[in-house]
Each structure stands twice: as C-alpha cells, then as structure tokens.
Design a protein. Structure first.
Length: 164
C-alpha cells in the first residue's frame, strides 16, 4: 500500500484561484436596453403587501401597451391616447428608469427578466398605512405584441392649466 503525499499549492496560486471563482461568480448579466425596443403588453400581475398576495390574469381596464423606441422614448398607450416617457437602464444595474416627458417624477423598476419575447418588471410601492416593516410591490409579466395602429392622441393632464 502506497501513501501519496498531498501536494500543497502555494498561497499566491490559491489566492489567484479563489479570486477567479469570485470574479466568475460575481459576473452578472445585466439587461440590455436594445432588448426593450418594440411593443409589450401585460399578461398578468402579481401584487404583494405584507404577506397578502393577489394575481390578476384577466386583462385589467388600466392595462396598457408599452412601446419602446431606439431613441429612449417609451409610449404608454391606453384608451386611444398615449403618455411619453424617457427610459434608460441604469449602468451596471438591472434597474429601468422612466421619467415622464411632462414631469419630473422618475420611476424605478427592477428588471427581473428580459428575453426577446418576455419581460418581467417589479415596482416597489409605498405603504398604504403608516408604520414600519411594510413591504408592498407589484410584478408585471409582459409579452411582445404589435403596436397599436390607430391614430393616438397625446395625453394631456387635465389638472394642469393650459390656458394663459
């Protein structure tokens, strides 16, 4: 019976191997903005609020079609009108940023999945009640669709006074 001596690797080599595993493990594939381009429709939504959940699979009255163009403009289309947003994906992140062209509010949505045919977005929402330890969010599941062909009217916020 032979006994084999274990060959001990040197400390620098061990550190290089460990570093390679850490780099490989930390490499994350972030969504690409070009994968957003085109029209999307909502297939279903999942809503979470402090342990209570609700899944909606039937089309909701407020579900829109979202058309992303290559110039960084997204149109939310519903009820024969549209609202425009500037969109971008935060660099080295999975966060989709939307800024209304008619306002200053920026919305952040986390991209949970994005392929050529499917998209999953999560939007954190503020709590409905006062107090701590509340978690509220909505996940929307999208699929590719054709953009609407009817003549669309730009959305105008009736709360804003346009008369001078």
């Amino acid at each position: 019976m032979k006994f084999y001596k274990k060959k001990v690797l040197s400390l620098p080599l061990n550190l290089m191997i460990l570093g390679a595993f850490i780099l490989i493990g930390s490499c994350k594939k972030y969504p690409k903005q070009r994968n957003l381009i085109g029209a999307w429709k909502i297939d279903s939504t999942y809503t979470y609020y402090n342990g209570f959940t609700y899944t909606q699979k039937e089309e909701g009255a407020d579900w829109a079609t979202y058309v992303y163009d290559k110039d960084g403009i997204m149109q939310e289309i519903k009820y024969g009108s549209f609202q425009s947003y500037h969109y971008s994906i935060k660099e080295h992140s999975d966060t989709l940023l939307l800024k209304a062209t008619q306002g200053d509010k920026i919305s952040e949505l986390k991209v949970l999945g994005l392929t050529k045919e499917r998209m999953i977005l999560r939007k954190d929402k503020s709590p409905l009640f006062s107090g701590n330890n509340q978690k509220r969010y909505e996940i929307r599941y999208y699929s590719r669709t054709q953009p609407p062909k009817e003549n669309l009217i730009p959305f105008k916020d009736p709360r804003k006074n346009t008369v001078n």
